[in-house]
Design a protein around this ligand. Structure first.
Ligand code: HEM
Length: 445
């Protein structure tokens, strides 16, 4: 029988809990879901399900799907002291991600993410509440059609370079690993639109090894320690970022490069201004972010997203621009390379769909030069991409929210601080939504 430990064990900084109380506190957390009548995999005392959620051999998004089969569309897991409700019921998902957005205005953060309220280099992925809203409001216009139109030439140039490499390396019927080609491609695009890179670096990009390393094997010991003993998270983060050589932290190298690129652009703009040279069209995200202002947008729309009395800076700081470019690099690299790989795989294994798609491209884009407006006419291509992402929902673990204010979703009471995660893989293959052929690749659906 687990004794109810004293509340606020963590809030009281001056209070030193006894060993017995600590043990009770861990056991109390570990049994949280059971005590609330919600089933789930028990894992191990103290660490809960943390090890299973760090297993790269059986990735967590597939593990969640396995657990859903066993425990149903709503179940709970724990990772050290963090408690997560996993859902794949569409109505609950709608409740958390859309309707009750005001109660869930942050993502589930990893234990070494840093403080979302203090981190100067905060980015869209980790920001919460009013900080997220501000970043989102200021940077959203960079994703408008008008802005993306300006980046089209760069993307097209990288695509042509990719085709050149594929043709060269497949000469004589040689086979290639397309994923590595797509990784070179996506890094080239992002390098040129978010990192200040001026020309193609495909197959000679020194950044690739660092970016791949970020997506490598998770540092289990560090994440485990941060999950089980939360105060070690910020300490480990500090150590990882201050001694990158010792701990081989690739993120430090990427951030440094991004910082240099942003500072160089600011210096160049100042020099141009001094020399009377007018600011030209924005060339990339750095320019777009430097120009981004939230002049016409209402940032304050409800009290959670407003810090009353705090001056809202309507322009991004240099640190914030570095943060956004950094997260674009990480968020856009693997997701996009894998999406391209999966769609190539699905098209190769479904020649009739490939033929239909080819016919659409030939019909809508008869000339070698493709305009931005022609792209929007490629409806079947859009269906192919969406159906690929339904079957292979990438970045699925990002589909999570932290409860910031106690509430109820359906019949479930959710306390503040609880994370809610969507089991996207189950949702995307649910036969009650997609029909009996849910496992088939059918862009027409
Ligand atoms: C096929 C490619 C991609 C996939 C599958 C993907 C997937 C996702 C997912 C699942 C989320 C979480 C959504 C949520 O919490 O509601 C997300 C958020 C995000 N993605 Fe992507 N992504 C892709 C491409 C990109 C690219 C190319 C960029 C940047 C250039 C990017 C930047 C971001 C950012 C900044 C967020 C956080 C947005 C916010 O909180 O306001 N993603 N992405």
């Amino acid at each position: 029988m687990v004794k109810k430990p004293s509340e606020n064990l963590h809030a009281e900084a001056s209070y030193a809990p006894s060993k017995l109380e600590m043990r009770d506190y861990y056991l109390w957390t570990w049994t949280y879901w059971k005590r609330h009548g919600i089933s789930g995999p028990s894992g191990f005392p103290i660490i809960g399900n943390a090890l299973e959620m760090l297993d790269s051999q059986n990735p967590p998004y597939l593990q969640l799907k396995e657990w859903t089969k066993e425990y149903g569309k709503v179940y709970g897991i724990t990772e050290g002291l963090s408690k997560t409700l996993v859902i794949s019921d569409p109505e609950l998902v709608q409740e958390v991600f859309v309707k009750q957005y005001d109660n869930f205005f942050g993502r589930k953060l990893n234990p070494i993410q840093g403080d979302p309220n203090k981190d100067k280099r905060i980015h869209l992925f980790a920001a919460q509440g009013h900080r997220w809203k501000r970043l989102r409001t200021i940077s959203s216009p960079t994703f408008s059609n008008n802005s993306l139109r300006k980046l089209k030439t760069t993307v097209e140039d990288c695509a042509l370079e990719l085709l050149r490499h594929i043709e060269q390396r497949t000469a004589g019927g040689k086979s290639i690993d397309l994923l590595t080609f797509y990784q070179e491609f996506t890094l080239d695009v992002i390098g040129r639109i978010a990192m200040g890179q001026t020309d193609s670096q495909m197959f000679k990009n020194p950044m690739l090894k660092y970016v791949r390393a970020v997506f490598g094997e998770p540092r289990k010991a560090i994440f485990l320690s941060g999950a089980v003993v939360p105060w070690t998270g910020p300490v480990l983060r500090k150590v990882l970022f201050s001694l990158p050589q010792l701990f081989k932290n690739p993120a430090v190298h990427i951030i440094r490069q991004t910082q240099e690129a942003v500072e160089a652009r600011i210096a160049q703009r100042k020099a141009d201004e001094k020399a009377g040279i007018e600011l030209g069209e924005p060339q990339d995200f750095i320019d777009l972010f430097l120009d981004a202002k939230a002049d016409d947008v209402e940032i304050e729309n409800n009290e959670d997203f407003t810090k009353t009395g705090v001056k809202v800076n309507r322009q991004l700081t240099v640190d914030e621009i570095v943060g956004q470019c950094f997260v674009f690099l990480l968020a856009g690299f693997d997701t996009t390379a894998l999406s391209l790989s999966y769609s190539s795989f699905l098209l190769a294994t479904h020649p009739e769909i490939q033929k239909k798609l080819q016919e659409e491209v030939d019909r809508e884009c008869p000339d070698p030069e493709i305009s931005f407006d022609q792209l929007s006419k490629l409806k079947y291509l859009e269906c192919v991409v969406k159906e690929t992402l339904r079957l292979y929902p990438l970045g699925a673990l990002a589909n999570s929210r932290r409860c910031m204010r106690a509430t109820k979703i359906g019949k479930y009471e959710i306390e503040e601080g609880i994370d809610v995660m969507c089991d996207t893989w189950t949702l995307h293959s649910d036969k009650s939504i997609w029909g009996e052929d849910a496992e088939e690749f059918k862009p027409e659906r």
